[in-house]
Design a protein around this ligand. Structure first.
Ligand SMILES: NC(=O)C1=CN([C@@H]2O[C@H](COP(=O)(O)OP(=O)(O)OC[C@H]3O[C@@H](n4cnc5c(N)ncnc54)[C@H](O)[C@@H]3O)[C@@H](O)[C@H]2O)[C@H](O)CC1
Ligand SMILES: [K+]
Length: 501
């Protein structure tokens, strides 16, 4: 699902109005209808609803919702924060349509703002995708007033004060929503950590924007949806054998960090790889044989860290390097030597990435189509420090294009960058997965899938989605606090089953 900019959303609006065709006021009525349908499903008419409206079409949506909720016997009142501003035509029409029984506060100063009790509901229709500058004055005060209350806040389209697809200056007034109901597509701002925290839980409400426009809209950003992955992940075939599903090599572990490569190994096996070989320093050999009997173990000549890769690397369909690897000088040399050979596909994580960051020449020798799985700090060491989330996205696109690689930038909405400059945001996963070892399981999953012959892009899309889904299924049972990396691997089978349904 492509993510549109605010400008593209306006174009989608205009295209729908011209080609469906539908009048602008009727499209607003459809949007309001979708909001009310969602609200009715989630909340009864018991609580008082305060509907804050700004001067544009976001406020127009709010006014239409006020009327529709009133007709359904909800206790609504409207708070207009439009002093001295021109109303949009559709706002004005909905203001004219507002039943006279609905109380309306016309805010001229902060003193006019109604007190909001903790059980009150606030519908935030101050500003939407038309925001052109940070909020100041009375608008900012209205936002602070909402944020200072304990009321439940539902934002229409996006929290007021937040830019949909550009950095919102820090310290500017932005509504802190509990829920955001966005029309047709999520906004890029929802998916990035600095802005996403204002959005709360978000839901996308279809309002019938014209499919011709949506299908053709060009955007580097997509949301990862199961529909696309179901086309990629097929059931295993009859008459296949372990040789059909690839032979993966994992290399990593060091003294005190054999657990990391063990976690990766288990996850690679659960991801369906046919054969798995794991190379660790000597200290890891017995541990691995006991902990993962399904894997074949190779031992490095060094007791505590990796100093060389196996000679015959081309017998493997993928090499995953990094979990627990450490950054010893002879490990760096081994990596440098490896990169001078013709290689099967690579998945690089953790200290393999840190070694790349320390040696620009090594980075320049990175084999094309490698998959890198950094968290934001590791990524910034590889690329350069990011001024803000949007800058980091630009760095991600540039880095993937320059090095012809796939970068899985890990986070709440993990973002997969590709050599063609596209970015895919994941929707699965939860804060319970912010715990040591879940990155190692992701490396194992990706190496396991890549060795089975999935393209690098499909490997990233399927692997990242399944990893998050397994984490979600694990969290349903264990809760987010108690979740550990092994749980993710344990629930990987259920995640596969869900995606294969
Ligand atoms: N296709 C859809 O998604 C639909 C969206 N709808 C709703 O319309 C809004 C966007 O409406 P628009 O009128 O373009 O913008 P706003 O309501 O956000 O406000 C614009 C209004 O405010 C002025 N303004 C901008 N920034 C500031 C500021 N910092 N301070 C003061 N004033 C500001 C600007 O000049 C305009 O006058 C979208 O979010 C949806 O909620 C449709 O209802 C259905 C289709
Ligand atoms: K809003």
């Amino acid at each position: 699902m492509k993510i549109l900019t605010a400008a593209q959303t306006r174009e989608a609006d205009a295209y729908t109005i011209a080609h469906e065709p539908i009048s602008s006021i009727d499209l607003m009525e459809r949007a309001a209808g979708a909001l009310v349908q969602w609200i009715e499903k989630e909340y009864g008419p018991e609580q008082p609803w305060y509907i804050f409206c700004g001067p544009g079409n976001n406020g127009g949506d709010g006014l239409a919702v006020a009327r529709l909720l009133f007709q359904r016997a909800y206790d609504v009142q409207v708070v207009l924060v439009t002093e001295g501003q021109n109303h949009s035509p559709d706002f004005q029409q909905n203001l004219n349509r507002l039943p006279t029984e609905i109380p309306v506060t016309r805010t001229a100063s902060p003193d006019d703002l109604p007190s909001l009790l903790s059980y009150a509901m606030v519908l935030d229709g101050l500003f939407g995708s038309g925001l052109s500058r940070p909020l100041v004055g009375l608008h900012a005060q209205a936002v602070q007033h909402i944020n200072n209350s304990a009321a439940t806040v539902i934002a229409i389209d996006l929290p007021s004060g937040l830019f949909a697809d550009a950095p919102t200056p820090t310290d500017s007034a932005v509504v802190e929503a509990d829920v955001t109901l966005s029309f047709e597509r999520p906004k890029l701002a929802f998916l990035l950590p600095e802005s996403g925290s204002f959005v709360g839980k978000w839901h996308v409400l279809p309002i019938g924007l014209h499919p011709d426009f949506l299908n053709k809209a060009d955007s580097p950003y997509s949301l990862l949806t199961p529909e696309r992955l179901k086309e990629v992940l097929k059931p295993r075939l009859k008459f296949t054998h372990k040789g059909t599903y690839g032979n993966a090599l994992l290399v990593g572990g060091s003294y005190g960090k054999i657990g990391a490569i063990t976690l990766a190994a288990k996850a690679a096996l659960r991801a369906g790889v046919g054969l798995l070989t794991v190379q660790t320093p000597m200290v890891g050999y017995s541990i691995l044989q006991v902990a993962v009997p399904e894997a074949m173990a190779l031992s490095d000549a060094h007791e505590q860290h990796i100093t060389a890769f196996p000679e015959e690397v081309n017998q493997y369909q993928c090499i995953g390097i990094g979990p627990g690897l450490g950054q010893a000088a002879d490990t760096a040399l081994a990596l440098e030597k490896l990169f001078r050979q013709a290689l099967p596909p690579l998945v690089l994580d953790a200290d393999a990435l840190n070694l790349l960051a320390l040696d620009r020449q090594l980075l320049r020798n990175l084999p094309a189509n490698s998959i890198l799985t950094p968290h934001p700090k590791e990524f910034e060491r590889l690329a350069s420090p990011a001024k803000h989330d949007y800058h980091r996205l630009q760095l991600l696109k540039d880095f993937c294009q320059e090095h012809e690689c796939y970068v899985v930038l890990k986070g709440y909405h993990t973002c997969i960058g590709t050599p063609t400059g596209e970015c895919y945001f994941n929707t699965t996963g939860n804060p319970g997965m912010a715990t040591g070892g879940t990155g190692d399981t992701l490396t194992g999953i990706l190496a396991g899938l890549r060795a089975q012959g999935f393209s690098p892009l499909d490997t990233c899309l399927v692997g990242v989605y399944l990893h998050g889904l397994a984490g979600d299924l694990a969290a349903e049972q264990e809760g987010e606090y108690a979740l550990i990396a092994s749980d993710v691997t344990q629930y990987l089978g259920k995640a596969f089953q869900q995606l294969l349904q």
